[in-house]
Design a protein around this ligand. Structure first.
Ligand code: G6P
Length: 609
């Protein structure tokens, strides 16, 4: 949801900011802009479309400066256009980049217009820059002007601010949107995500909510929301600049699909002693928390919500742990009834999804005492606000369509099943079984990835289709949902998932030769039921693609194409059956020529409601 990057240095910051923007493009990519201060003037370039357009614009008409701010946009207020692209400027003196949403922008705009400020965009952000300019009429102190401006703002923001007459200072602040400071040698940067700054530094300060920072080439001075000077810890990131490269792959998504065996091993690493999962894998006081809880409530959005849906089946089926799950954006406004001894589990790749964060805060307000986050980004807001943490360690995920984050979330949720389940009714035998299957999982993932070429061929059947159905039952119903989500996200084919038992209650009416029906049919207790559902579709001329265990005797016929999957234990099959669906949507998208890693209208990190 918009990416910002800015810096102050003794060298020209423009190439650093352009590279930073490219690395933040997963957050939004409908327009981009950059402004630098040079000799008492602000030089600004903005371009509709992706960062490479902005880069070309600057290459044809270069700008340079030692302090600058840059932005890649995901439109909320105002359509994607050059006029609406950031940075926004007031009186040719102040420039601002913003990530977040200012909720009271209408009111502020009216007041500022009455005071003579002329608006040139439809954005909520423009009120910020004019307000700062207005505050600067009574002070020369840019920090003070930003401070009194943010006191008038309602909503969420991460800001970078520069002033034409103050080339030696860059102001940053955040509330509700992420922002990190990158520490170089005699140079300082800010960005929405550390990935933007890895080419220039591995040392970061994660600003806390409400923090403001004044950056010069000599240091970063930080104050908290009460205006008190604070020292925040400096964190050394283990990530290298090339951890966010595509490597030999054509797209990040494909690279991330192929990284799953490795990512799963990383997620399991160091969490077992003598094959026994340690409660401390969730935090030093996890045992104490797990001993007290009576139920689990999972809150998440998008793909992360799908992993939670699988976990509900697991927790209830294998361990009799009462478990409910809800989409975070619904939970937060529903005023639900919730018992204090519930463990609230949020699941989030980014750790910054606004609705998930707000849902956690709402659960706490409603009296919940214990929270756990399953997350892929250390130091993210959800990690900071949760009592217990299980990191998925999938490495940076850049493709907007989530893949390795999902499978590692499922692995983390199996560990949760063990840790909580053993306090309920999970048998010792089942626990040992899960552990041994988890250790074998990377090998099984490698096996299923060998289906890539088969699936690439299969993808041709979707090239001219406008709709698709995905069917599954039990733990594989959420996998069908995830398959449908992947296909619609990146190939723009309308795809819906149904629990196969619901077919007769409506979707069967849609079946014809133009509607591919993708079915996830592992060898479990529901297989016979699912086979009947497959027959129902086939009898009506529907075209089925069925992912099925290699040990089953079924073979393809005129209406049913069977893809044989490695035979795996039930407990891990949702993870294994996810992978061909990821590959399918990937190859369909490539065939259709869509922008696989940056599909239209979407963004990876949804930091606004
Ligand atoms: C966006 C992304 C999805 C993701 C969802 C939740 O919609 O495009 O891939 O599943 O946000 O994000 P989170 O970071 O909380 O998992």
């Amino acid at each position: 949801m918009c990416g910002i990057v800015a810096g102050i240095a003794q060298r020209n910051v423009v190439p650093i900011l352009i590279e930073g923007l490219k690395r933040l493009e997963y957050r939004g990519y409908d327009s981009a802009g950059l402004a630098v201060v040079n000799q008492g003037e602000i030089f600004r370039k903005r371009e509709l479309g992706k960062v490479k357009g902005l880069e070309a614009l600057i290459a044809s008409d270069p700008i340079a400066g030692n302090v600058g701010i840059a932005h890649t946009r995901w439109a909320t207020h105002g359509k994607p256009s050059t006029q609406n692209a950031h940075p926004h400027v007031s009186k040719d003196k102040v420039a601002v980049v913003h990530n977040g949403i200012i909720e009271n922008h209408d009111h502020l705009r009216t007041v500022l217009q009455q005071d003579g400020y002329v608006f040139t965009s439809e954005t909520d952000t423009e009120v910020i820059v004019h307000k700062i300019a207005q505050e600067l009429q009574s002070t020369d102190d840019l920090l003070a002007a930003v401070k009194s401006t943010i006191a008038t703002l309602q909503g969420a923001y991460a800001l970078g601010v520069v002033h034409a007459d103050q080339p030696d200072v860059l102001i940053a602040c955040r509330k509700g949107s992420p922002l990190v400071i990158g520490i170089g040698i005699g140079e300082y940067f800010i960005a929405s995500d550390i990935a933007a700054l890895l080419p220039v530094t591995q040392r970061f300060i994660f600003l806390e909510d409400g923090d403001m920072a004044e950056l010069t080439i000599n240091g970063a001075s930080i104050q908290d929301e009460h205006g008190k000077r604070v020292v925040r810890p400096v964190i050394e990131s283990q990530l290298k600049a090339d951890s966010v490269d595509k490597g030999k792959y054509r797209h990040y998504m494909l690279k991330e699909i192929y990284e799953q065996a490795w990512a799963v091993s990383e997620t399991l690493e160091g969490r077992f002693v003598n094959n026994k999962l340690q409660d401390t894998a969730f935090g030093h006081n996890a045992a104490e928390v797990f001993d007290q809880i009576k139920s689990v409530l999972i809150l998440a959005c998008g793909t992360s919500y799908h992993s939670g849906l699988v976990a509900r089946y697991w927790l209830e089926k294998y361990a009799r742990v009462p478990c409910s799950i809800e989409v975070a954006s619904e939970f937060r406004y529903r005023n639900p009834v919730i018992s204090p001894d519930t463990l609230v589990v949020t699941i989030s790749q980014s750790g910054e999804t606004a609705d998930t964060l707000a849902a956690l805060q709402e659960a706490k307000k409603l009296g919940v005492k214990h929270s756990l986050v399953i997350c892929n980004v250390p130091e993210s807001s959800l990690v900071r606000e949760s009592d217990l943490v299980m990191m998925t360690r999938a490495g940076p995920e850049i493709g907007v369509a989530s893949t390795k984050a999902f499978t590692t979330q499922l692995v983390a949720l199996q560990m949760l099943l063990i840790a909580v389940g053993r306090r309920f009714e999970l048998s010792r035998e089942m626990e040992d079984n899960i552990v041994s299957e988890l250790f074998g999982l990377p090998g099984n993932i490698e096996k299923v990835l060998k289906l890539d070429e088969t699936i690439e061929v299969l993808s041709q059947r979707f090239a001219d289709k406008h709709n698709a159905l995905f069917l599954g039952r039990g733990t594989h119903y959420p996998i069908a949902m995830e398959g449908a989500l992947k296909l619609k996200e990146i190939s723009y084919i309308h795809a819906e998932a149904y629990p196969a038992g619901e077919l007769k209650h409506g979707p069967l009416a849609l079946i014809d030769a133009e509607m591919p029906v993708v079915t996830v049919a592992p060898n479990n207790n529901l297989l016979e039921k699912l086979k009947s559902n497959i027959q129902e579709v086939s009898a009506r001329g529907g075209q089925l693609i069925v992912f099925m265990d290699e040990e089953l005797a079924e073979s393809s016929d005129e209406n049913v194409q069977i893809i044989k999957m490695p035979s795996v234990a039930n407990i891990i099959s949702p993870i294994i059956y996810t992978i061909p669906l990821q590959l399918l949507s990937y190859h369909v998208a490539v065939l259709k020529g869509t922008d696989v890693d940056q599909p239209r209208n979407l963004a990876k990190s949804v930091t606004v409601e």
